[in-house]
Design a protein around this ligand. Structure first.
Ligand code: PRT
Ligand code: ZN
Length: 213
């Protein structure tokens, strides 16, 4: 149908369960079972694509998907041209600098000339630039928090939620670069028919969010 929207949702990870829960709370029934890469809804013009979160903003920009649910941290890092439709209130976290907990750290200027491990090189570079700090950015894709203890970097810039990962690696959280939560994103040029479906979906999400207040 021409009004059917394709929504990209994380296949498996921290966003998956709450994304599907929100869809369910909107009264939308998913057809296929777990493990599939695609699904359809019974009672709403929506198709689901299950993808890695990092790929979602790109697929929405390219129009492979019309909508997506991702963390703002990924959205900002990827710099894709998509619309942020709505904050969804789950998967809250922050992107922060962490250093050795014994470091008498007084501020970001202390990172001048130091090396920082991160999976968010663009956001970090921008933050350093805004603060006039020159530091070396080491891009690594996972296990960022062990970088200082293995001598790879002197600081980290990573997602923090409870703080226990930093703590268990002998680090402390120093600067919060951004706060993040899951957001609904949309492709920039949706047809009028698809926009109508999106408005209907937003209406339902608003009702769910109102009900939780
Ligand atoms: O496989 P795929 O690429 O789809 O998933 P992923 O492994 O890249 O992402 P995933 O599922 O770990 O996270 C998806 C999104 O959830 C992130 O982009 C954030 O927006 C959000 N989120 C919320 C988190 C956390 N909380 C979180 N705690 N993402 C990651 N973490 C990690 C963090 O990297 C660190 O290793 O958890 C650790 C810190 O947690 P605490 O509680 O010890 O501080
Ligand atoms: Zn990812």
């Amino acid at each position: 149908m021409i009004n059917t929207l394709k929504i990209a949702i994380q296949k498996s990870g921290r966003l998956s369960e709450d994304s599907l829960k929100l869809i369910k709370e909107c009264g939308i029934k998913l057809n296929n079972g777990k493990g599939k890469l695609k699904a359809t809804a019974d009672n709403f013009p929506l198709e689901f694509l299950f993808l890695r979160d990092d790929d979602i903003p790109g697929y929405v920009e390219d129009g492979v998907a019309d909508l997506g649910i991702v963390g703002e941290n990924v959205l900002l890092e990827k710099e894709n041209r998509v619309d942020l439709v709505k904050k969804l209130g789950f998967s809250k976290c922050r992107l922060s600098i962490g250093v050795d907990r014994n470091w008498d750290y007084k501020g970001i200027h202390e990172l001048e000339g130091k090396s920082i491990a991160t999976s968010y090189p663009k956001i970090l570079a921008k933050y350093l630039e805004e603060n006039n700090v020159n530091a070396e950015i080491h891009e690594i894709s996972g296990s960022v928090e062990i970088a200082p203890s293995i001598g790879l970097a002197e600081a980290v810039c990573d997602i923090v939620s409870s703080g226990s990962t930093l703590l268990s690696n002998g680090l402390k959280e120093t600067d919060v670069i951004m706060r993040s939560e899951a957001v609904l994103i949309a492709a920039k040029s949706l047809s009028e028919e698809k926009k109508q479906t999106l408005n209907n979906l937003i209406f339902r999400i608003n009702a769910v969010q109102e009900g939780k207040k």
